[in-house]
Design a protein around this ligand. Structure first.
Ligand code: AMP
Ligand code: GLY
Length: 415
């Protein structure tokens, strides 16, 4: 049973996916499109962009790919799963229709309302004046979200009316992310965590919990980013809270999608918040989280290919987890999530003994260069979160690159 796998994507999440697949006894060959400098050490990178569905399909057919695993939302929104299934190829991810749970916040919110899934109260607007009037009449803080894909950047938690007005102006009048609507939400207060489940219709294969750090700077200051660091497991998420999240949120949502004729297959990612002791939904994603995947997959004891195959086929599968903690620190280009420069050489990686997942690097003339906003995810492992944290920061200290910055407080609250 030697399987050929195509991983679609080129960030840290795909490096983690590739790394886990490379440990599978079943997998003989991994291709990654387009991949990056780190992934290139474990897989054959092919220069096809993640939204070029016809080229990906042709590649998969020509190379007898047994399974395709999709990383980025852009591929899903472009309909990669629909196209591969139509061609009779096995692929792990949701259809374009099911991926709307991530790509349309309005669809996700309406689905939750129809099925009584706990989440923040909300309303949708396309008119600036009406939106502003609604905000003025309600409590502050308030949360303003662009209704569409904005790479994790279309959310403003407005602490003042002025911030709320500026956000509405950006999104509705200046169309900073394109023409669209906004969802205005009740502000929920509490610690957040990420709960990813592999899903096939009504069947769920829960992964262990992770915690992301979304703000750019220490003490949760600065703008929202795609995520600046993560750890798993998450001590404050007790088995009881996890069970509640599974039974009141993830499972009912998967079942609702089956009932409504849009069955979900792939990773259903719940971005949850513990509001007054009860888990509630902040957002859903239709894919592996980034950087959560980088800290969850290294803790998986089971064969990752087996798990994916079981999920694609809808078979029962018991996942096993290591007890150890894994913590990862993102090293990002100075300026991220705003404007940043590329092309800095990255040195010192050879001296690091813990795993380093590449998020935005490329190999040019034998040198590893920065090419993205988030560049590296440096991991530490340990039998406690504190030890994992120390190992990760020791490794961060060995990275030699003048163009990068990182948060110094990943996991600090719980370690
Ligand atoms: P999202 O892209 O929807 O996950 O939002 C990004 C971040 O904004 C979340 O991780 C939260 O930190 C924050 N956020 C979003 N919605 C809310 C809410 N209703 N209440 C409080 N914080 C929120
Ligand atoms: N880390 C959050 C995400 O993947 O969207």
């Amino acid at each position: 049973m030697s399987k050929k796998v195509l991983v679609v994507g080129g960030g840290g999440r795909c490096h983690a996916i590739t790394d886990s697949l490379s440990r599978s006894a079943k997998v003989s060959k991994i291709y990654c499109a387009p991949g990056n400098a780190g992934i290139g050490a474990q897989a054959e990178c092919v220069p096809i962009q993640v939204s070029d569905i016809p080229a990906l399909l042709e590649f998969a057919k020509a190379n007898d790919i047994d399974m395709t695993v999709v990383g980025p939302e852009a591929s899903l929104a472009a309909g990669i799963v629909d196209a591969f299934r139509e061609a009779g190829l096995a692929i792990f991810g949701p259809t374009k229709a099911a991926a709307r749970i991530e790509s349309s916040k309005e669809y996700a919110k309406d689905l939750m309302a129809r099925h009584n899934i706990p989440t923040a109260a909300y309303r949708t607007f396309s008119d600036f004046d009406e939106a502003l009037a609604y905000v003025k009449a309600g409590p502050i803080p308030v949360v303003i979200k662009y209704d569409g894909l904005a790479a994790g950047k279309g959310v403003v938690v407005a602490l003042t009316l002025k911030e709320a007005e500026d956000a509405l102006r950006d999104m509705l009048l200046d169309e900073a992310f394109g023409k669209g609507r906004v969802v205005i939400e009740e502000f929920l207060d509490g610690p957040e965590f990420s709960f990813m489940c592999l899903v096939n219709g009504n069947r769920l294969y829960p992964l262990d919990i992770a915690r992301d750090h979304k703000r750019a700077y220490d003490h949760d200051a600065g703008p929202n980013t795609g995520g600046m660091g993560a750890y798993s497991p998450v001590p404050f998420v007790t088995p009881e809270i996890r069970r509640t999240a599974l039974e009141t949120i993830l499972r009912p949502v998967a079942e609702a999608m089956v009932k409504e004729g849009v069955p979900f297959t792939g990773v259903l990612y719940g971005g949850l918040i513990l509001h007054k002791g009860t888990p509630k939904v902040i957002e859903f994603n239709a894919r592996f989280g980034d950087p959560e995947t980088e800290v969850v997959l290294p803790r998986l004891k089971s064969d990752f290919y087996d798990l994916i195959e079981a999920a694609v086929e809808g078979r029962e599968f018991e996942t096993e987890w290591k007890d150890e903690s894994v913590l990862g620190v993102v090293m990002a280009a100075k300026g991220y999530p705003g404007k940043y420069e590329k092309g800095y050489p990255v040195r010192g990686l050879d001296e690091i003994k813990t795993p380093v997942y590449h998020m935005g690097t490329a190999l040019r003339d034998g040198k590893t260069l920065t090419v993205g906003g988030r560049v590296l995810m440096v991991l530490g492992e340990g039998d406690t979160l504190a030890k994992a944290r120390k190992a990760a920061y020791d490794a961060v200290g060995k990275v030699d690159c003048s163009g990068l910055f990182n948060r110094s407080d990943i996991g600090a609250k719980e370690a």
